[in-house]
Design a protein around this ligand. Structure first.
Ligand SMILES: [Zn+2]
Length: 60
């Protein structure tokens, strides 16, 4: 697992999430820990590094 920091597109707070690097690509919905709005999380893993991380408002 790797902790990844990013800016929430709803509240603009910097938040972090633990990402599972054992899976090549993931896409799921997780609530922001600050404002509790649903975020569409998507990312890819290459050589145990997170690439193409995205956190978008749900529905966009
Ligand atoms: Zn937020």
């Amino acid at each position: 697992m790797s902790e990844h920091f990013f800016t929430c597109p709803y509240c603009w707070e910097t938040i972090s999430m633990l990402l599972d690097l054992s899976v090549e690509a993931q896409r799921y919905v997780e609530d922001c820990e600050v404002c509790c709005n649903p975020l569409q999380i998507s990312y890819q893993v290459e050589a145990d590094e997170v690439v193409d991380f995205g956190a978008a408002p749900l529905g966009q």
